[in-house]
Design a protein around this ligand. Structure first.
Ligand code: IPM
Ligand code: MN
Length: 351
């Protein structure tokens, strides 16, 4: 297995070091070596060289089995140009149309809702990852004046909607999940989101064993807080998925624990924690590396290393239960010490 590692900016660098530590540990423990190659792309690199992604950069990524990214975003690059090229660019250039974001409460005390247990918060969000409002089609006219007009278009294609909705159903079928909920805003956006309605209606009869449910995204937000236990698989567009997965991250104990994979099944895919670069916390050994470590577990699973992935997940779960982590999960450890604890837990479990 050959993996490209892009630590990126801010705490991305801190948490990626721990994810790398865990991948190496699990590679040693299971005797299946994993080759990690670091790429320096990020704000520093951009400010030094003027290059966000080198000309052959996306082709280079395709040569790896997977890509791991820490986080991107730096106040010295206020237009986020490097983040757009590296993160959003890779999603589009590698056609990573599935943003897979698992939401699992690992410990009751981390849920901000009263009386909810891990059994109540266990679902997956599939966020369309290559179109919607993220395509960058639009412009500004008379920018900076009182007559300014801006247009930012949302793009939905039959192919794009079909493949993500289908992926959600196939996942539900493969994992024995009984319900799939599609969320859109077709009441207010009757053109773009009528396509989501149409595709959903076309696909549901192919999965008779799965209950297909539709919600407007505002109602989904309400119900996720009122009773998350009713959700197993959620599929939605790019922007709604972005927003819903931050809400969902809160349900499982915060952004520090949330993992994600940007996938094109069968091709080089990219894995990253959901959180951002948090510049004020960078280099202070305070960021929670568990979201990054769980993203690495998702990557291992995707690469066919299921025992390794399970070992990493179990070790994180154990660390959370023992409060061996950063203060956001009720612990007293730093970023590095959390990584060490999880690595030791993996080694102890196999010893
Ligand atoms: C995410 C992030 C990105 C997104 C930002 C950094 C552009 O919030 O991965 O959820 O909106 O997709
Ligand atoms: Mn986001």
């Amino acid at each position: 297995m050959r993996i490209a590692v892009i630590p990126g900016d801010g705490v991305g660098v801190d948490v990626t070091a721990e994810a790398v530590k865990i991948v190496r540990a699990v590679g040693e423990v299971f005797g299946r070596p994993i080759d990690l190659e670091t790429l320096p792309w990020g704000a520093d690199h951009f400010l030094r060289t003027g290059v966000t992604v080198p000309p052959d950069g996306y082709a280079l990524l395709r040569e790896f089995d997977a890509v791991f990214i820490g986080a991107l975003g730096d106040p010295r690059v206020p237009d986020h140009r490097h983040a757009r090229d590296i993160l959003l660019g890779t999603r589009v250039e590698l056609d990573l149309y599935v943003n897979h974001r698992p939401v699992r409460l690992l410990d009751e005390r981390l849920c901000p809702l009263k009386g909810r247990t891990p059994a109540d918060v266990d679902f997956v969000v599939f966020r369309e990852n290559t179109e919607g409002l993220y395509v960058g089609i639009g412009g500004r006219f008379k920018a900076g004046t009182d007559d300014e007009i801006t247009v930012q278009e949302e793009l939905n294609t039959y192919k794009g909607v079909h493949r993500i909705v289908r992926h959600a159903f196939e996942f539900a079928r493969a994992r024995g999940r009984q319900t799939v909920c599609m969320a859109d805003k077709s009441n207010a956006m009757p053109d773009g989101h009528a396509l989501w309605q149409r595709v959903f209606r076309e696909l549901t009869p192919r999965y008779p064993e799965i209950e297909a449910r539709h919600l407007y995204v505002d109602a989904l937000a309400l119900l996720l807080v009122q009773d998350p236990s009713q959700f197993q698989v959620i599929v939605t567009n790019n922007l709604f998925g972005d927003i819903i997965t931050d809400l969902a991250a809160a349900l499982q104990g915060g952004l520090g624990l949330a993992a994600s994979g940007n996938l094109h099944p069968g091709r080089t895919s990219m894995f990253e924690p959901v959180h951002g670069s948090a510049p004020p916390l960078a280099g202070k050994n305070v960021a929670n590396p568990m979201g990054a470590i769980l993203s690495a577990a998702l990557m291992l699973e995707y690469l066919g290393a299921a025992p390794e992935a399970s070992a990493v997940e179990a070790a994180v779960q154990w660390a959370v239960a023992e409060r061996q982590g950063t203060p956001d999960i009720g612990g007293k450890l730093g970023t590095r010490e959390t990584g060490d604890y999880v690595a030791d837990a993996i080694r102890r479990a196999r010893a």
